[in-house]
Design a protein. Sequence first.
Length: 311
Amino acid sequence: RLPEQQMTSESPLSWFRGVYLPPALHPLNKTLVKAGEWQDTDSTQEKRRAFLQDFCRKYNSRKKLQTHLVHLVSRIYVEDRHKVLYCEVPKAGCSNWKRVLMVLSGLAAAADNISHDDVHYGKHLRKLDSYDLKGIYTRLNMYTKFIFVRDPMERLVSAFRDKFEHPNSYYHPVFGKAIIKKYRHNADEEALKTGSGVKFKEFIQYLLDSHRPVGMDIHWEQVSKLCYPCLINYDFIGKFETLEEDANYFLQLVGAPANLKFPKFKDRHSSDERTSTEVVRQYLKELSKEERQLTYDFYYLDYLMFNYTSP
């Protein structure tokens, strides 16, 4: 039970002040890692953690955000056996991370056998916001919290390619139709009816519009608004650019079974070229200089927090 003075505090965040930004970084428990084997990965990890901590101290976003704790943790998945919390960032390896969590929790024998639909629609994994406040508070303080991020522009282009360049029974009728209707002059009846064929430039117009015809989506929402890295102190920061190496190091840190390795396969559209720096460059050519700058500005915090180079 929380102390009464905390429960009656005016600011909901102040109930859990101890959860956010402790004065010093909690050292990772490295007792399960073979000595010397992961030195470079570990050194990189410590630099990322220190960089984010330093950025958050300077930015001090706590003063600028008053959001209830339950909302802050709504993207975080719980794995109680190994005491880990994973904040889902779409298009940064999240499907395979959910597969790994299912194996860790004993819901599946191997990651390779779990289908895309089972991962995303099976409701096997529990989210942190499904617990009561005491359960949330305890896990935030006791469990190892981790996040995997990706270069913001690569993540954005990857999301566009996945949702709009392939048949999709949700994104085309919900987002596609609204985007084409508002941003395409003289759109034909077929496009308005199906929502298929959205152009990247139209998608960016939607993204940058303060009066969007349809709301935001987790696939292109900023990481700063999905996972709140300056309010929740993540113990481990992985990057998509070094996904396999970071993931397998993390699995050792939390005592995962020795035979469990992070899956290498591409979750969907496996024949497509992966979204790389060069692929992103081709898409950005479709935008004006101003649109490119505004898109960068949209993800400005994500670039700063995770030390990505601006495009």
